[in-house]
Write a protein that binds this ligand. Structure first.
Ligand code: AMP
Ligand code: GLY
Length: 411
């Protein structure tokens, strides 16, 4: 069973099927109109309701629950399933605070000696003002809680930094030193003791080309990152992922699920900018697209404490890129439901659905990020051509997408 209904869950579903799981053995709850073409969906099951999910899982004798988004983790769904003896890929509510509470993440990193930027926790606007003046511009101001990718501002405009802090001050604010360098998303499967790396990806967080405009949930991604130095993944495993998982185990909250390490490669070395407690969206669309090792057994081993007993994750030499099609106004405003047409898939271009429903035989986009177009090829130039040719044929009034995903690595 996969919980969630976005493009990430569609990518997980497609990867399960591609690596050997029967589509008839997969239930996605709630799923969406695109996922329903690949597997059984349960549109009426509320993935954030622990009691409802447990009841459903017991009724259907679910042998592995894979939790996609953060909301069910925060709601305690993994704890509820685990207490019934169901294998769950997704951390406990307490361990998931690594994502939900930036101050908890900073405490864990300090205790585990994990490299990260300097930060100040602030509970008043006066403290925020002192902290931003201490670090200087560009200012990095983060809401200390879940804000759907919109809680962070990076700006040289002091007034804008303070206005952002004022908006989220009730959650608590973290002011951070600005870190300069390339961003890397690196995922680790964890069974609470052992970690197992997946392949690095880069996410494009800003809404417009050339990293302009506000932050979003992610407008595109590519994998692998051929420009990373030799030994990068091993270094992150040794200095970031393993010590973090060890520290959570020491705190009595073993982290079982996906540890998403959001990193910046600075001149002074690797720094963590954030942890997430789940697969990243849209990075999953490219990372799992390249996975060769059967996914279900890997996640089952993580869920049951046996990661050390089996093979590591292998990836295709092919590259993958994903371009996100967003609805009008995203990320600031939400568009009305609109019909979407022109979707085509083939061996090299897959479409993962995020917010689509079927209505009277038509496909309808319901706002936010709507689709992830995922293309694979021998090189990034070809993968970009395939993805952009595909997305150009999709018709959705007012929709927009970035034109520069993986442009720097395509030559
Ligand atoms: P977060 O939600 O913490 O990942 O932040 C969202 C985005 O803001 C990141 O992907 C970065 O692009 C940017 N960001 C966050 N923290 C920093 C930092 N300390 N220095 C520079 N950019 C940052
Ligand atoms: N792509 C960023 C995230 O999933 O948080």
């Amino acid at each position: 069973m996969v919980l969630g209904g976005g493009a990430r869950e569609h990518a997980i579903t497609k990867a399960l099927i591609r690596t050997g799981t029967l589509s008839t053995d997969i239930i996605v709850a709630p799923g969406n109109a695109g996922i329903a073409k690949d597997a059984h969906t349960e549109p009426t099951l509320n993935a954030n309701d622990p009691l409802a999910v447990v009841k459903f899982a017991l009724q259907h004798q679910i042998d592995l629950a894979i939790i996609g988004p953060e909301a069910p983790l925060v709601a305690g769904v993994s704890d509820a399933l685990r207490s019934e003896g169901i294998a769950v890929f997704g951390p406990s509510q307490k361990a998931a605070a690594l994502e939900g509470s930036k101050s908890f993440a900073k405490e864990v990193m300090a205790a585990a000696d994990v490299p990260t930027g300097m930060a100040r926790e602030c509970s008043s606007l006066e403290e925020v003002e002192n902290a931003i003046d201490e670090f200087g511009a560009p200012y990095v101001v983060k809401a200390d809680g879940l804000a759907a990718g919109k809680g962070v501002i990076v700006t040289s405009d002091r007034e804008a930094a303070l206005a952002h802090a004022a908006k989220f001050i009730d959650m608590g604010i973290l002011v951070e030193e600005f870190l300069e360098g390339e961003e890397v998303s690196l995922f680790f499967l964890s069974d609470g003791k052992t970690v197992l790396p997946l392949s690095p990806a880069q996410d494009f967080k800003r809404v417009y080309d050339n990293d302009e405009g506000p932050n979003t949930g992610g407008m595109g991604a590519y994998s692998p990152l051929e420009w990373l130095p030799e030994g990068f993944v091993e270094e992150v495993e040794r200095t970031v992922a393993q010590p973090t998982v060890d520290e959570l185990a020491r705190l009595g909250e073993p982290f079982v699920g996906l540890l998403y390490c959001g990193l910046i490669v600075t001149k002074r070395g690797i720094r963590v900018i954030e942890f997430n407690a789940r697969f990243g969206d849209p990075e999953t669309q490219v990372v799992l697209r390249r996975l060769v090792t059967p996914l279900a057994p890997l996640l089952h081993r993580a869920a049951t404490g046996h990661l050390a007993d089996g093979p590591s994750a292998q990836f295709s030499k092919e590259v993958a890129i994903t371009v996100v099609l967003a609805s009008e106004g995203y990320p600031d405003t939400s568009a009305p439901d609109r019909v979407i047409t022109g979707l085509v898939e083939d061996d090299n271009v897959h479409v993962c659905h995020a917010s689509t429903v079927s209505s009277n035989g038509e496909l309808v986009a319901t706002g936010g990020r709507v689709l992830s177009i995922v293309a694979t090829a021998a090189d990034f130039k070809t993968a970009r051509e395939l993805a952009y040719a595909n997305i150009a044929n999709i018709k959705l009034e007012g929709s927009h997408y970035r034109k520069d995903i993986a442009a720097k690595v395509a030559n």
